[in-house]
Ligand binder design. Structure first.
Ligand code: ADP
Length: 461
């Protein structure tokens, strides 16, 4: 079995250290032998110690010369060559030159790699900006110059927030968590939109990725406008159709030529009602999407009274088939948009009724949860399979298609809820178990929560 030590930083095996050569011993032997020969020669001339002294002095001269050569080489390695004497000096000089050769090779390789990295990042269509711990620009590629108008070297070391002057971006940079990405107008022209994403890496450094998303935004707007316009256009003919069908219905009751059309007329009416709710939901969704970024929803909403209204409406829809329990903190209010918040409440509470068999219980709560406010609807209904949970808020996604259609569902309710929550920076959490029931919880952020007076929650039946 063999074992090779690994360097955790590079993940490469560490080179084995070279064994120390025994040239020290041969150098010492050589000095001693030279001293003996010098001593014998000196003794022969009548000055034994002088002979040894002369030998040592010669060694000193040689050592000093080699040291001076070494110094010259260290200062100017390209200009001076090191000699290749035998013994310990030869060994030292050889190792030094060998190390230098290796370092040169390594440097060449790194320089080539760096050049390759630079040319590949220059070819990237996305802008890349390397930021220091303090948000200063350390390096950027060509696309960053085009997208952000950065200049090299003038903008190096400047703080990025001083160049991209957009409050949301400043908040994003200061957040330190860098969740997702943000969109900001281009600092060069207002009609282009950039997506900015910070990726932390290495030693507190950060990489800012910049993408031009103007075209995607344009297509998104075109799609949204198309849905919204198409829904608008469909609304008028549908209203006319439904009006005539309503007028024809009493005619079909009595003894007249239309009476045999009673069933088809009813079916036509049901389908127009269904189409109307679809068109209305599509319009609601298009409006929510259009307002998702622009509009700030900041009205002070009396949520307890809104909730009572919603519960009364849904109770009528349930026709006494379900038991309702409400736990509402009476003075807990919200800064938001009334239409959007009503949409959230109505969709979730009416879904609870539609997906809970008669005799089931529906619990609605509106309470403080730490800094946040939590609106929750729990039912004892059919529940949702775990595999459907992640897709529930997709447009037209239905876990139970039959029941959804039979109860007049459009498949857009939870999509509307999701968008309305997003426009309030709120989160949706769905907990459910098949055959047991579901809980839909909405968490509204602390900045939107207002408690007029602290009062205990009241239980209502
Ligand atoms: P729909 O109009 O079909 O109800 P939604 O978007 O409101 O559309 O809901 C999407 C799907 O989620 C529904 O078709 C249904 O299968 C499931 N769902 C929603 N709420 C509940 C609930 N309270 N209990 C069980 N299933 C639900």
């Amino acid at each position: 079995m063999s074992f090779s030590p690994f360097d955790p930083a590079s993940n490469k095996p560490k080179p084995e250290p070279l064994p120390l050569p025994n040239s020290w011993r041969s150098e010492a032997v050589r000095i001693v032998l030279s001293c003996i020969v010098g001593g014998i020669f000196g003794h022969w001339l009548g000055y034994g110690f002088l002979g040894i002294g002369v030998v040592l002095a010669l060694y000193l001269v040689v050592y000093v010369r080699r040291l001076s050569k070494l110094q010259a080489w260290v200062y100017q390695p390209k200009r001076y060559e090191l000699p290749e004497p035998s013994g310990i000096w030869g060994d030292i000089f050889y190792r030094l030159q060998d190390n230098q050769r290796r370092n040169r090779k390594k440097k060449k390789r790194l320089t080539a790699m760096l050049a390759e990295f630079r040319s590949s990042t220059e070819a990237l269509p996305d802008g890349a900006v390397v930021l220091s711990e303090r948000g200063e620009i350390m390096w950027f590629n060509l696309a960053a110059q085009t997208l952000l108008g950065l200049r090299s070297p003038q903008d190096i070391s400047l703080r990025i927030v001083n160049l991209i002057r957009y409050p949301e971006f400043a908040e994003y940079v200061a957040s330190d968590t860098y969740d997702g990405e943000i969109e900001a107008p281009s600092p060069l022209t207002r009609d282009r939109t950039l997506s900015l994403q910070i990726i932390p890496y290495g030693n507190n450094q950060r990489l800012l990725i910049v993408r031009d998303v103007s075209e995607i935004k344009r297509l998104e707007t075109a799609r949204r406008d198309f849905v919204s316009n198409a829904s608008h256009e469909l609304r008028t003919p549908l209203t006319v159709l439904r009006g005539y069908l309503d007028m024809l219905e009493p005619e079909a009751q009595g003894k007249n030529p239309l009476s045999e059309w009673r069933a088809p007329l009813m079916e036509m009416k049901n389908q127009t009602v269904r189409m109307e709710s679809l068109v209305n939901d599509m319009l609601k969704l298009a409006r929510l999407e259009a307002h998702a970024h622009g509009q700030t929803l900041q009205d002070l909403l009396d949520v307890p009274s809104l909730l009572r209204r919603v519960i009364d409406e849904v109770k009528a829809m349930s026709q006494g088939n379900h038991t309702f329990e409400a736990r509402i903190q009476p003075d807990l209010c919200l800064l938001g948009g009334e239409t959007e918040v009503l949409s959230i409440f109505t969709n979730l509470v009416s879904n609870a009724v539609r997906y809970t068999a008669p005799g089931g219980v529906i619990r609605v709560s509106w309470e403080r949860d730490g800094e946040q406010a939590r609106f929750a609807v729990a039912d004892t209904g059919i529940g949702i399979a775990a595999k459907d949970l992640p897709r529930l808020t997709e447009r037209f996604y239905r876990a139970d298609v039959g029941r959804s259609r039979a109860s007049g569902g459009t498949g857009l309710g939870l999509s509307i809820v999701k968008h309305a929550l997003e426009s309030h920076q709120a989160q949706l959490q769905i907990d459910s178990e098949l055959g047991v029931g579901s809980t839909f919880s909405c968490y509204f952020p602390g900045e939107r929560v207002r408690v007029l007076t602290e009062a205990a929650p009241v239980m209502q039946k």
